[in-house]
Write a protein of this length. Structure first.
Length: 292
């Protein structure tokens, strides 16, 4: 992974490269470092480590793969000390803890958690990626795998006790990809029947940041994956990806008012070519003249 500042000319120097495999390398366990996120102050990076994920390519242009973690803990990299450490409270190997997100003040971590699962036909227990042949129970067997959203204090890397987020846990659904609004008042997350990432029934919901009654957002496009959302710096706009019109993901923009109510979305047509997917959008606080 490369961690560096954004500038007109960005040099990927070896001093800016880290590998999550350096965390307890003596365990001799392969790891990806899934869904890493940098803290608001830029000092820390948090990621899913010691992970194991199911991966199944699918001959379908609309949804070309299934990929979801069934094992993993949250590990923090301190850019100042250049050290890795597990986050206490999110390092229980009886669960999969993944998909972390920082609160705007850097004091809280939201993450997706589910019970870790040991595959019946697993051959290599050091493997980070498991192919369909070894995970038949999730495909031919129809087994579901679901996540709840949890919150935990960061506490300068000392962690704490994890708590389920009301409205995004214990609901018989899979809840994941939580994103705080910049003012810290709201959380928008994805909900699906099972698994995580690239789910056909993925739907956007909004809750108060401390948890509460979830509201299905009006901006959702019917039936074709709504996900990969990002807040604007002023917290009044939300951009997200959907396959509503095409197997090639398109970006949509909705307005969100002070009460968390969203408006019907507008398709950002100029961000997508006819046979290309636009995905994982991110707002940045950059003045237009900086692009000239």
């Amino acid at each position: 992974y490369v961690i560096t500042t954004v500038s007109r000319e960005t040099v990927l120097h070896k001093d800016k490269i880290i590998t999550w495999s350096d965390y307890r390398r003596e365990d001799k366990q392969l790891t990806f470092g899934l869904l890493s996120q940098i803290s608001p102050d830029g000092r820390y990076v948090i990621s899913t480590v010691k992970d194991r994920s199911v991966f199944s390519p699918v001959p379908d242009l609309w949804y070309s793969q299934r990929f979801f973690p069934i094992k993993g803990i949250l590990v923090v990299y301190d850019r100042r000390t250049k050290k890795f450490s597990a986050l206490p409270g999110a390092d229980d190997q009886s669960y999969v803890q993944s998909n972390p997100m920082w609160s705007p003040d850097g004091k809280t971590i939201l993450f997706a958690r589910g019970e870790a699962y040991e595959l019946k036909n697993l051959k290599d227990r050091s493997a980070a990626v498991i192919m369909r042949e070894e995970a038949q129970e999730f495909f031919e067997g129809g087994k579901k795998f679901r996540y709840d959203l949890y919150r935990i204090p960061f506490n300068a890397g000392k962690g704490g006790k994890p708590h389920p987020v009301p409205g995004a846990s214990g609901n018989g659904k899979s809840n994941y990809f939580a994103r705080f609004s910049p003012d810290g008042r709201w959380v928008v997350f994805c909900q699906a029947e099972t698994f995580m990432l690239l789910q056909p029934d993925s739907t956007l919901y909004i809750i108060p940041a401390e948890g509460g009654e979830p509201r299905k957002m009006r901006c959702n496009r019917v039936g074709k994956m709504n996900s990969w959302h990002s807040w604007s710096p002023n917290g009044r706009w939300l951009v997200f990806a959907s396959k509503a019109n095409s197997p090639y993901t398109q970006l949509w923009l909705t307005h969100v008012d002070a009460q968390g109510n969203d408006a019907p979305p507008v398709l950002l047509e100029r961000f997508t070519a006819p046979d290309r997917a636009a995905n994982i959008p991110e707002f940045v606080r950059v003045a237009p003249e900086q692009f000239t």
